[in-house]
Design a protein around this ligand. Structure first.
Ligand code: GLN
Length: 253
């Protein structure tokens, strides 16, 4: 893509997948593209709209149990997002969206809901809600700084063999452990599969993690991007990582 074309960034169903300011992720992407001289447009796709398959990048946020079941039904029935993913379009999914893109999830009342099935994961209630700062060491090439966000979810997600985690947990819970299962010695957050990057981090996560924002942007644009300093971002990261007890933002081995 060149600087004459306009990057189209989708925000899917913000009325049901838009908790904790997650729609801000699209704004961060658009601003970081514009500051580098690219055109960028945010395309809001509502619950009753068809999902376009030709957007350059998709963002999906978190949601409450009842709201996310509406999104799950829509994703199963509308083929637009399936086609976009088949074409390799990058997608960022947060919390409820991570669950909804999976094979199935069980909500807090124990009701099992079929997911879109594009992530090889399943989710069950953890018993206790995970709330607080979440920091991970990234496990994705191109990311070197700790990922920071906050989590607030009841579900715990187990990854199948086609899915990899996004990060190793330094602080917080992340994917967690469904009730009745034995927790692993090492905890992980998020899911990587195909062109999807999913995480339990709100924040919005891209405001706190410009490296992740730029990785998504460079995948959408199809080129490496020059560095971009946005005033205040380093201070925000230092403050949030400090609040989580992570010294100087360094990733310990
Ligand atoms: N309703 C889901 C859960 O509690 C997701 C919550 C969220 O998106 N923050 O696990």
């Amino acid at each position: 893509m060149n600087r004459e074309s306009v990057l189209r960034i989708g925000v899917l169903m913000p009325e049901v997948l838009g908790t904790y300011g997650d729609t801000g992720n699209a704004m961060v992407l658009a601003q970081r593209a514009k500051r580098r001289g690219f055109g960028a447009e945010i395309v809001e796709v509502g619950l009753s709209d068809p999902i376009p398959s030709e957007l350059d990048l998709y963002t999906l946020g978190g949601g409450e149990d009842a709201a996310q079941s509406l999104a799950a039904q829509k994703f199963r029935e509308d083929r637009g997002l399936f086609r976009g993913l088949e074409a390799g379009r990058p997608l960022l999914a947060i919390c409820a969206s991570l669950q909804v893109l999976g094979l199935w999830y069980r909500d807090a009342r124990g009701e099992r809901v079929e997911g879109m099935g594009v992530l090889d994961v399943t989710t069950d209630p953890q018993g206790a809600r995970s709330i607080g700062e979440l920091v991970t060491a990234p496990l994705l090439d191109g990311l070197s700084s700790p990922l920071t966000g906050f989590e607030n979810h009841g579900g715990g997600t187990v990854l199948g063999s086609d899915a990899r985690p996004l990060g190793r947990v330094l602080k917080g819970v992340g994917n967690g452990c469904p009730e009745g299962q034995v927790p692993g010695l090492v905890a992980y957050d998020g899911v990587l599969q195909g062109s999807i990057i999913a995480t339990y981090m709100h924040g919005p996560v891209l405001a706190r993690n410009p490296e992740l924002a730029d990785l998504l942007l460079s995948r959408a644009i199809g080129a490496d991007l020059e560095p971009l300093e946005v005033p205040g971002v380093c201070e925000l990261r230092a403050e949030r990582l400090g609040a989580a007890g992570i010294e100087g933002g360094a990733v310990a081995d």
